[in-house]
Design a protein around this ligand. Sequence first.
Ligand code: RUB
Length: 313
Amino acid sequence: MLLNDTADQIRSMEIRGAGRIARAAAGALRDYAAGREDQEMSAFRRAMREAAAVLLETRPTAVSLPNAVQYVMRSFAEASTPEEAKAAIRSAADSFILSSHHAVEWIGEIGARHISDGDRILTHCNSEAALACILTAHRQGKEIEVVATEVRPRNQGLLTIRTLNDAGIRTEYIVDSAVRTFINDADLVITGSDAITVNGAVVNKIGTSQIALAAHEARTNMIVAAETYKFAPRTILGERIAIEERGAEEVLDPAIAAGLPNVTVRNPAFDVTPASYVDLIVTEMGAIPPVMACIIIRDHLGWGIEEFHKAFE
Ligand code: RUB
């Protein structure tokens, strides 16, 4: 697939979910590099930088995207010919994609340990990582039930209930505004994440923070399932995660909107849940309290303040 096609598919959300977006971007860079016929390294580097920029501009929130792009782009820093660079890119992209799949499997195993027989789990949006925990617990023979939200305006909940239905998991499907009504029946909330900041705040699908608030009030545990490439190194420097605001037409029919000149539709796609409302973040490295997010960024991803200073020198 051409790089621009992948970028279009990410933008239009045909490819969506932070993990899938990251893998698609890594694969697109690999394929784009393979198709280049540059003789000079300078032309190759320029073309790759432009390709990376096209991908990075698609959706602003999921940190897995810049993390994947950076992983692939760093791989050919030492290459002296385009052929050498292409080989390095291929190997980096393939290894990113493979380790991303493994990470989701591990998260499933680790997350399932926190699900007990008889649990009723509330989930929001459509997250591979959150579903991995639920599906693994089910495969282990635990009798579980799920409450899945609709996820206005893009209805990602439909994808979730199809997967749960196909796995034979009993599921209740509710509108987003019914969460507080059902939270007392839930033993656990499990969601995924698009980005996790250095202080453990979780950026995920709009509505997650309301659910976390309701869970906090009801003393229901809130677990976030996230691969370590969803942790955002630049938040060390106080950089904020950009929250994507999508088009009004996703929320309100333009024909209706045209007759309402005093009404402005707002459509933020994500929100921020403070660390204090999150009990556990399940990563492929283990389950950690949100306050340990800085350790993942520093010790596992290798980004301390010194590394940032070096990178920007
Ligand atoms: C998807 C979303 C998911 C996270 C994690 O939003 O918020 O919860 O991306 O998903 P959108 P995963 O549908 O707008 O991309 O665990 O699959 O990476």
